[in-house]
Design a protein around this ligand. Sequence first.
Ligand code: ATP
Ligand code: PH2
Length: 187
Amino acid sequence: MSNGPFDIDVDTLGNLRPISKVVFSLGSNQGDSAAILQQATDFLAETPGLMLVDVSPVYETAPWGDVPDQPNFLNMVIVAESTMEPLTLLDRALAIEENFGRERDVPGGPRTLDIDIVMVGRRVSEGDIELPHPHAHERGFVLVPWLDIDPNAELEGHGPIADLVEDVDTEGIVRRDDIVIIAPTGF
Ligand SMILES: Nc1ncnc2c1ncn2[C@@H]1O[C@H](COP(=O)(O)OP(=O)(O)OP(=O)(O)O)[C@@H](O)[C@H]1O
Ligand SMILES: Nc1nc2c(c(=O)[nH]1)N=C(CO)CN2
């Protein structure tokens, strides 16, 4: 597992490209959420330049944030390695969301699929993207599944996620072992 721009990849033209650790948070509370999370995982795995390393268990989570009156979410986290630029990763995430009818009538409201980029191993603030994700450190629905598969992870600027999870509300976050997401791995 790479933890920053220290490993390199050589593309077919001989160009050297840094490999970064990338963490995604996926959530859904509209439609067949379990099937949507599986398909979104497949789409991410098919992305050139992105290799899935580990996929968390699925959790059912009470709505977090300003819109409490909406269905529970299914949430999961994916740890990956990538040679893609952050803005290219974001474009890919948005394109995958579009497949499931991305609608954003209410900020923080119901959605078929939300893919947030949690971190890319360094701080980024350019155009439409901010990394680490500005709310990841305070979201139990991100930290709890992430901790399952990456217990020693650190979130830049915030410290070990094992410490962060102690300070968030984890009530209403229930592991759903009856839902299993199959993760194709490898470049
Ligand atoms: N790290 C990031 N991951 C995903 N989107 C980001 C990130 N940083 C900035 N953005 C921007 O935020 C937008 C996400 O909008 P969206 O409607 O999904 O927000 P939200 O899901 O309601 O809120 P949140 O991003 O807090 O989960 C994206 O279109 C993108 O431009
Ligand atoms: N539990 C939970 N709450 C949320 C979620 C989510 O994925 N899970 N996504 C939101 C929009 O970003 C707002 N609130």
